[in-house]
Write a protein that binds this ligand. Structure first.
Ligand SMILES: NC(=O)c1ccc[n+]([C@@H]2O[C@H](COP(=O)([O-])OP(=O)(O)OC[C@H]3O[C@@H](n4cnc5c(N)ncnc54)[C@H](O)[C@@H]3O)[C@@H](O)[C@H]2O)c1
Ligand SMILES: [Zn+2]
Length: 431
């Protein structure tokens, strides 16, 4: 059956590209003190979580600030995968102890997103839910400028150091959603692969699947030319697949092919860690402009409705399906579904991700088979059944996915409730 295609009456001819300044490489984090001091900042908030704090990295960054004559105060109360309550707690803490001249986030997506929310709400009036995307929140835009934000990722995953979004779990509604505004983008991303060496294998595997899906989803996203033309004031950060985002995504996939399995198997392999850090950054530059689609839309209810799953490598104090894992679990079936919208892109992506893989006779099977082989090798669960979901949960999961219209609008073909239900059902046991 041919894919339903988008036929805009007045096709878009413009795409946009944005990225933070970037400092990359071993030792880059040691330069934060002098760099921040040169901006004139005198009092800086360092945002992290307890697990990252235990590695000593945030203390070293705070030490580099102090040595450069900048007062640094560490907040290590970030919740792993932030909630509305945890963000509110961080904001209250920071509002009470402010004012600040700059913010430095040291950690994974959880710490970087917490820093984005703190930055927004220590510089702008109102409350968290005012700014959360509609329809869950008020969709308000900040009117006042934010503080300089230095993002220092310690996982190889989210790309949150380059993006304009902050993801949170709204506990009362069991829904993950976000705050999205171009002003949330960090001013500088400092990517120091040395800080990623201590990631547990489970975190490396899940966050690495996040990189992979960022690259794959933005590469297979609906092209920017298939949208209706926007007015200047309507431009959004996620504008669909475009030549610049494609370039970053392709390179990210090639880096993953070379380093992902090694980084999970042997976390002390410096070359693999460095390549993963580069892949995460590159994929962030790609998806941060093109957008992501079905696997990410499905991930929100998978993570938001978790009952009793405790993944290895993560804090055991609350059940969770980590972001990268929740994205990966329906990816093979999602890409089987989207294949006919852009067959050549799916085949090319599979070849980039595993140049040695045998090509199945049915080209539609190539990408799903490359993905499941990788997931098995790095210890990702065998489907949504393995993290606690059954057939009976499918209607609720579908409802959660359909709320993510902002993401589904970037899918390469139109997606109905039945399509999503089929993807979930076929993802209960992937192998
Ligand atoms: N803003 C965005 O663009 C964006 C994109 C994707 C995901 N996210 C969000 O990011 C969060 C996930 O972030 P993540 O995958 O980077 O992981 P994370 O920040 O949730 O951290 C995962 C775990 O790894 C530990 N950890 C992190 N770095 C470590 C290190 N170097 N050594 C030892 N332990 C370490 C943390 O303490 C934590 O227990 C989710 O909330 C997700 O929704 C945001
Ligand atoms: Zn992601």
């Amino acid at each position: 059956m041919p894919a339903p295609t988008y036929r805009p009456a007045n096709p878009e001819s413009v795409f946009t590209y944005g990225a933070p300044q970037l400092k990359f490489g071993r030792g880059a984090a040691d330069e934060i003190g002098p760099d921040v001091a040169r901006t004139g900042a005198r009092r800086v908030l360092v945002v992290t979580d307890a697990g990252v704090a235990a590695t000593g990295a945030p203390e070293r960054v705070a030490g580099s600030l102090t040595a450069a004559g900048v007062e640094a105060v560490v907040y290590d109360g970030t919740h792993v995968e932030p909630t509305d309550e945890s963000l509110q707690a961080a904001v209250d803490w920071a509002r009470e102890r402010g004012p600040w001249d700059a913010i430095v986030a040291v950690g994974g997506g959880s710490s970087i997103d917490t820093a984005k929310a703190v930055n927004l709400l220590t510089t702008n009036p109102g409350e968290l839910m005012d700014y959360v995307n509609k329809p869950v929140g008020g969709g308000r835009s900040p009117e006042q400028p934010l503080l300089p934000l230095v993002a220092v990722p310690t996982t190889t995953g989210t790309g949150a150091e380059s993006t304009t979004v902050c993801i949170l779990d709204v506990l009362s509604l069991k829904v993950k959603t976000g705050i999205s505004d171009v002003r949330l983008r960090p001013t500088v991303a400092v990517v120091d692969p040395a800080l990623t060496m201590t990631q547990p294998a489970g975190v490396t595997a899940a966050s690495g699947m996040d990189i992979l899906c960022h690259a794959l989803e933005s590469y297979t996203a609906r092209p920017y030319t298939t949208f209706e033309r926007k007015q200047p004031g309507e431009r959004v950060p996620y504008c669909g697949a475009n030549p610049i985002a494609d370039m970053w995504s392709e390179k990210a996939m090639a880096l993953l092919a070379d380093s992902f399995r090694t980084a999970v198997r042997d976390g002390s392999d410096e070359r693999a860690r460095e390549q993963m850090a580069m892949a995460a950054t590159f994929a962030g530059m790609g998806f941060g402009n093109a957008g992501v689609h079905i696997p990410h839309a499905n991930a929100y209810p998978i993570a938001g409705r978790v009952r009793d799953f405790h993944p290895s490598g993560y804090p055991d104090d609350h059940p969770m399906v980590p972001h990268g894992m929740s994205v990966a679990l329906t990816a093979p079936e999602a890409f089987r579904f989207t294949f006919d919208a852009a067959p050549e892109r799916h085949v090319r992506a599979a070849g980039l991700l595993d140049p040695r893989a045998e090509r199945p006779d049915d080209a539609a099977e190539f990408l799903p088979s490359v993905l499941t082989a990788l997931m098995r090798d790095i210890g990702i669960p065998a489907g949504i059944g393995a993290v606690g979901y059954t057939e009976d949960d499918v209607p609720d999961l579908v409802e959660g996915t359909m709320k993510q219209q902002r993401l589904l609008a970037t899918a390469p073909k139109e997606v109905t409730e039945d399509d999503v239900a089929g993807i979930f059902r076929r993802s209960i046991a992937l192998w």
